[in-house]
Design a protein around this ligand. Structure first.
Ligand code: GLC
Length: 557
């Protein structure tokens, strides 16, 4: 990867860099609220990130993806945006964001921000104006306001079910106190859906892209990218089976024109400004359509992320992924987790190691030691695959999912499940940086509390002690990213499978570099090799060595 390193403070121009940086970039996901607290109030912030850029540089990442950092009532962790052109005061200021973007760039690290097109906050001026303006007003046209069905208009306009479980419509109250129209929200009532058939909506988002690209942002992650367009007829779904593109609110064909418009905006800028889609779709061919050359650059590979710890399942997913990306010429992405899903250490330590929303339960038995071995193996496996790599903050520390007491959970997914699903806060706990007790150097002042409590047994995960331990998860990640950078074989986009047994995932990259993962319950022999480059299990550097179960090794042939 050709990231150039400039002296701190020097203004870096992304245009001068490798235009294909995104095809193999290592992108670190920063959940600002939980990364590091610069002002001591218990919530992470931009000052905290700026103070830790050195850590990210040492880790060896090429770009940062920030979850939404805009002013927000945080009804859904910031995915309820009140103002797309500013920074939440709890996180800092716009000026600080500009400094952060430049300081990161000076270290060779680009910034990707999160853009949320499907909905905004109910506190956003557009929605507030729509509520005040009342039925039939142009202000309401930017959303999906609709009279209810039934005798008194008290039935929801459609039977659509929320991605967060439950209802997708909320009824408004007219200015005279009588029940009014309903509005659509595929997520919570605090996140009204925008009407993407409205020209204002389209114009506004293209302008938001320019606002951030003008500030040096290198790309956007597009939230819920397959959802923004709705069928204006608002049909019921019932048990209907929809042909591709005909579902009333998922993966509609009209979306592609929107993203082509976004791509045109991105392409107006020097350097490559990238579009990264959050596209949850089972249909591989439909997924790949978003990655055609004039649309998004890449999209998250959730197919791989949701697979169980099984050689057949993982190999199948890798093969599918490469095959589906090939015709559109887009690189694959490899993702082990993010702020919405169970931490890999926990997921791989469970009997059911596949990921599925709505299958999470409190108190699920977990073998953390086994999960950690597998997460280490998975980290090397994914880092050896061709394409770009995402690392969710804290995975490099091997953090497990925190089992939080229900009294502190804030995630709406928990509440909308009737309290059955623990929700997503367990992977959003503030990071441990140092020391042996909360707040573990997170930065929160004495007497204040972190916004989610940190477990009392997290001392072994603190970044500073891991930095000193060559056997730690952090050292493994750093070493893997260093080798990935320095090993020419890992820079291409080729992959050749090696058949070393049914439960062994092995492939060659380039001429001489092999990654081999053992998913058998017993050790397996290594193929003939010149050197062990890195191993997630017991270091095995003697020729003709054995690879322990649940581990990955990189070999030089
Ligand atoms: C995406 C985000 C998730 C958010 C949802 C609604 O799936 O990753 O965190 O809750 O969109 O914006």
């Amino acid at each position: 990867m050709d990231t150039e390193v400039l002296t701190r403070g020097e203004r870096a121009v992304p245009a001068s860099d490798n235009p294909l940086w995104w095809r193999s970039a290592v992108i670190y996901q920063v959940y600002v609220r939980s990364f590091a607290d610069g002002n001591g109030d218990g919530t992470g912030d931009l000052a905290g990130v700026r103070a830790r850029l050195g850590y990210l540089k040492d880790l060896g990442v090429d770009a940062l993806w920030f979850n939404p950092w805009y002013p927000s009532p945080l009804a859904d962790g910031g995915y309820d945006v009140q103002d797309y052109r500013d920074i939440d005061p709890r996180f800092g200021t716009l000026e600080e964001a500009e400094l952060l973007i430049q300081e990161a760039l000076a270290l060779g690290i680009r910034t990707i921000i999160d853009v949320v097109p499907n909905h905004l906050s109910d506190q956003h001026p557009w929605f507030q104006a729509a509520l005040v303006a009342g039925p039939g007003s142009p202000e309401r046209e930017r959303f999906w306001f609709h009279p209810g069905g039934g005798h008194d208009g008290d039935e929801m306009p459609t039977d659509w079910v929320s991605s967060f479980q439950g209802e997708t419509w909320t009824r408004t109250t007219n200015s005279d106190g009588t029940p009014g129209e309903w509005y659509l929200h595929l997520f919570t009532p605090e996140q009204p859906d925008l009407n993407w058939n409205h020209p204002d909506v389209r114009r506004e988002h293209e302008d938001i892209l320019r606002f951030w690209f003008d500030r040096g942002v290198a790309g956007v992650r597009i939230d819920s990218a397959a959802l923004p367009v709705k069928d204006p007829a608002l049909p019921h779904i019932g048990d209907a089976v929809h042909a591709p593109g005909e579902h009333p609110h998922v993966d509609r064909d009209e979306l592609h024109d929107i993203y082509r418009g976004w791509r045109a905006v991105a392409d107006e800028y020097d350097g490559t400004r990238v579009l990264v889609g959050e596209v949850w779709l089972d249909d591989a061919e439909r997924f790949a359509r978003y990655l055609r050359p004039d649309e998004m650059h890449t999209a998250f590979n959730f197919d791989f992320m949701t697979q169980p710890w099984s050689a057949a399942a993982l190999r199948g997913s890798i093969q599918r992924t490469l095959a589906e990306h090939e015709p559109v010429g887009a690189p694959a992405t490899w993702v082990l987790s993010n702020h919405d899903v169970t931490r890999p250490v926990t997921r791989y330590g469970r009997a059911d190691s596949a990921f599925a929303f709505a299958r999470k339960r409190f108190g699920t038995p977990t073998d953390i030691a086994r999960g950690t071995r597998r997460a280490r193996a998975a980290a090397l496996l994914t880092a050896a695959l061709p394409g770009s790599l995402y690392i969710y903050q804290g995975d490099e520390l091997g953090l497990p999912e925190a089992e939080l007491p229900t009294s502190v959970i804030q995630d709406p997914m928990h509440f909308r499940s009737g309290g059955v699903d623990p929700g997503r806060d367990g992977c959003r706990v503030p990071l441990p940086w140092s020391g042996t007790r909360p707040p573990y150097g997170f930065g929160t002042a004495a007497g204040a509390e972190t916004w989610l409590p940190q477990p009392l047994d997290w001392a072994p995960f603190a970044a500073d002690s891991q930095q000193r331990d060559p056997g730690s998860m952090l050292s493994l990640y750093r070493e893997a990213l260093r080798l990935r950078r320095e090993t020419g074989d890992l820079h291409g986009e080729d992959l050749a499978w090696l058949e070393l047994g049914a439960d062994v995932l092995a492939f060659r990259r380039g001429e001489r570099t092999v990654s081999m993962t053992n998913l058998c319950p017993v050790a397996v022999p290594l193929p003939a090799h010149r050197a062990v480059l890195l191993s997630s299990g017991q270091p095995t550097d003697e020729r003709g060595g054995m690879l322990p179960p649940d581990s990955t090794v990189w070999l030089a042939l």
